[in-house]
Write a protein that binds this ligand. Structure first.
Ligand code: AHR
Length: 508
C-alpha cells in the first residue's frame, strides 16, 4: 500500500477559524423556500408555516449564517412585495428563474426563520434593477429603531425590535450577462460604492460584501475584482467568490481534485485584493466571502430560458452520490486552509436546490450524502486552523496536472484542547496509509489519544440517499486506526473523506 506522511505542528497557525465559513444559502428558487423551509400545510409546520423537520436538520447540519434572498433572484426582487398582510401580497413574475413568486414568504418571515434556526442572516440587496434608495429603505426596514415611517412599517407588521442584521451583500453576480441588470465593472463599482456609503450612513457597523466574479472562468475575472476594489476598498469589508463543480466528460480524477481550482481561485482573489491595497498604500486587508460554492451538475440544467413559468416547481434538485460528498469535504478543507482570508462561505443552497437536505412536499425530509462532511466539519473544526504538509503519492489529472493524493487541514480547539484532522484521499484507485507523527503536537499539548476516526466512502461510489433509504450513505467509524510510537496511522480507502479526532490525555 502507498504511504503518505502528514505533518502538523501547533506552531504553524493559518488563522483563527471564523465559524461563518459554515454558511448556507436560501434563494427564492425552485423549492428552496416553498415546500423547502416553508410549507404551512405540512404536518410538521409550526405556527409560522416553517417545516420543523427541516429546521431540525438545519440545526444538525451546523449552519452558522444563511444568505438570502438570492442569488439571481435578488436582482429583480422588490422586497416590499414580501411584507405586510399575506393576502395583500402580489404574485409576480420572477425573471431570474421564470417562476411565479407568490411573496407569501419574505423579509419578516426569513428573519423569524433565521432566529428559529439559530443562524445569522446575511442579506443581499438588489443592485440589478434597483439601487441606493431600495437598499437603504430595506436596511431601515430591518434595522431601524421605531419612529421613522419605514421602521414603523416593520413594527406594524409585528416586529417592534429591529432585526439588527449586520452582514450585507451589495448585489449578486453582476458581472454575469445572465443577471437581470448585468453591469460592467465600472458601472457596478460606482453603484456599489454609492450604495455602501449610503448604507453606512444608516448603520456604520455593517459588514459589506462587494460582488467579485461569478466564477474564475469569467472573461473579466481579476480585472473585475481590481476595478471594483479600486473604487470600494475603503467602504467594503469582503469581496465575493462563487464556484460550482461537476465532473467533466466522465473525468473523475479531475473532479476529485477540484479543490485545486478553489485553492487557485482564492489565491488569485487574495493577490488581486492585496495588489489594490498595495497601490492604495492601505493597511486594510479585504477578506473573502465565498458566498456560493458546491457541486452542481450544471450540464443537466436546461438554462433559464428553457424553463416553463410555474410556481415553486423543482429546479436543479441534484441527487448527490458518494464521490460528490468526498468532493464537498475537500472543498470545505480548502476553505479552512485559507482561514486567514476566507471569513464567510455559503454552501449553495440549503434545501432542495443543489442542497444537503431534500424534502417531499407534504412528506419526509432527508440528508443527502453531502450533508455528512459538512455537519462533521462544522461540529468538530476547532477555533484555530493549523497548516498541514503532506509528502507521499500524487495523482495525475487532466485538469490540474499532478496533485498530492491527500488533501488535508487540521484544527486545534483552544477550549477543549482537541485536534481535528480532515483528510481526503483523492486517488480514484489507491488505498493510502497515512502516517501522522504526533511529536510536535504532543510537545506542545501533552500526550494525545485517538477519540475517533470516521470516514465517508463506499464500495459503490454511485450510492445515494433517498426517501426510502435516507441512511444508505452515512459516515463509518474506522476501527483500525492506531497510535504507535508517537505516530497515528490510518488507512484511507480510495476516494474517501476522513475526520480524525485527537484529544489530550492518555492512550487509546
Ligand atoms: O445557486 C444558484 C445560482 O447560481 C444563483 O442564483 C446564482 O447566484 C448562481 O449563478
Amino acid at each position: 500500500m502507498a504511504v503518505a506522511r502528514l505533518a502538523v505542528d501547533p506552531a504553524f497557525v493559518v488563522g483563527d477559524l471564523d465559524r461563518r465559513v459554515f454558511g448556507s444559502f436560501v434563494e427564492h428558487m425552485g423549492r428552496c423556500v416553498y415546500t423547502g423551509i416553508y410549507e404551512p400545510d405540512h404536518p410538521t409546520a409550526d405556527e409560522d408555516g416553517f417545516r420543523t423537520d427541516v429546521l431540525d436538520l438545519v440545526r444538525e447540519l451546523g449552519v452558522t449564517v444563511v444568505r438570502y434572498p438570492g442569488g439571481n433572484f435578488v436582482s429583480n426582487y422588490a422586497w416590499e412585495d414580501g411584507v405586510g398582510p399575506k393576502d395583500g401580497r402580489p404574485r409576480r413574475l420572477d425573471l431570474a428563474w421564470r417562476a411565479i413568486e407568490t411573496n407569501q414568504f419574505g423579509t419578516d418571515e426569513f428573519a423569524a426563520w433565521a432566529r428559529k434556526a439559530g443562524v445569522e442572516p446575511m442579506w443581499a440587496v438588489n443592485l440589478g434593477t434597483r439601487g441606493v434608495t431600495e437598499a437603504i429603505e430595506l436596511l431601515q426596514y430591518v434595522n431601524g429603531e421605531p419612529g421613522t415611517d419605514i421602521a414603523d412599517r416593520r413594527v406594524a407588521n409585528g416586529s417592534e425590535k429591529p432585526y439588527d442584521i449586520k452582514l450585507w451583500c451589495l448585489g449578486n453576480e453582476l458581472d454575469g450577462p445572465w443577471q437581470i441588470g448585468h453591469k460592467t465593472a465600472d458601472e457596478y463599482a460606482r453603484l456599489a460604492e454609492e450604495t455602501a456609503r449610503a448604507m453606512r450612513r444608516v448603520d456604520p457597523d455593517l459588514e459589506l460584501v462587494a460582488c467579485g466574479s461569478s466564477n474564475r472562468k469569467m472573461p473579466t475575472f481579476a480585472s473585475w475584482e481590481r476595478t471594483v476594489l479600486e473604487r470600494t476598498y475603503d467602504v467594503v469589508d469582503h469581496i465575493s467568490l462563487h464556484a460550482y463543480y461537476e465532473p467533466k466528460d466522465g473525468d473523475t480524477a479531475s473532479f476529485l481534485a477540484v479543490a485545486e481550482d478553489m485553492d487557485r481561485f482564492i489565491r488569485s482573489v487574495v493577490a488581486t485584493a492585496d495588489h489594490v491595497g498595495a497601490v492604495k498604500q492601505s493597511d486594510k486587508k479585504i477578506t473573502l466571502s465565498f458566498d456560493e460554492w458546491n457541486v452542481w451538475y450544471q450540464g443537466r440544467f436546461p438554462g433559464e430560458s428553457g424553463l416553463k413559468v410555474r410556481e415553486a416547481s423543482p429546479l436543479i434538485e441534484d441527487v448527490y452520490d458518494v464521490t460528490d460528498a468526498v468532493v464537498v469535504g475537500s472543498l470545505l478543507i480548502t476553505l479552512l486552509r485559507h482561514a486567514d482570508r476566507v471569513k464567510i462561505a455559503n454552501q449553495a443552497q440549503l434545501v432542495n436546490v443543489i442542497a444537503p437536505i431534500l424534502t417531499e412536499p407534504g412528506g419526509t425530509a432527508w440528508r443527502q450524502t453531502i450533508f455528512h462532511p459538512f455537519a462533521l466539519t462544522s461540529k468538530y473544526a476547532g477555533s484555530r486552523v493549523l497548516r498541514t504538509e503532506v509528502t507521499g503519492p500524487v495523482v495525475e489529472t487532466d485538469a490540474f496536472g499532478n496533485v498530492p493524493a491527500l488533501w488535508s487541514t487540521a484544527t486545534y480547539d483552544e477550549e477543549s484542547g482537541e485536534v481535528a484532522l480532515f483528510v481526503v484521499n483523492r486517488s480514484e484507485t489507491d488505498e493510502i496509509e497515512c502516517e501522522i507523527p504526533l511529536g510536535a503536537l504532543e510537545a506542545a499539548l501533552g500526550p494525545l489519544h485517538l477519540v475517533e476516526h470516521v470516514g465517508l466512502y463506499d464500495d459503490d461510489r454511485s450510492a445515494v440517499n433517498g426517501p426510502e433509504h435516507p441512511d444508505r450513505v452515512v459516515p463509518k467509524r474506522i476501527d483500525g486506526t492506531r497510535i504507535t510510537d508517537g505516530t497515528c496511522v490510518a488507512t484511507l480507502p480510495a476516494a474517501s473523506w476522513h475526520l480524525v479526532r485527537l484529544s489530550p490525555g492518555g492512550n487509546s
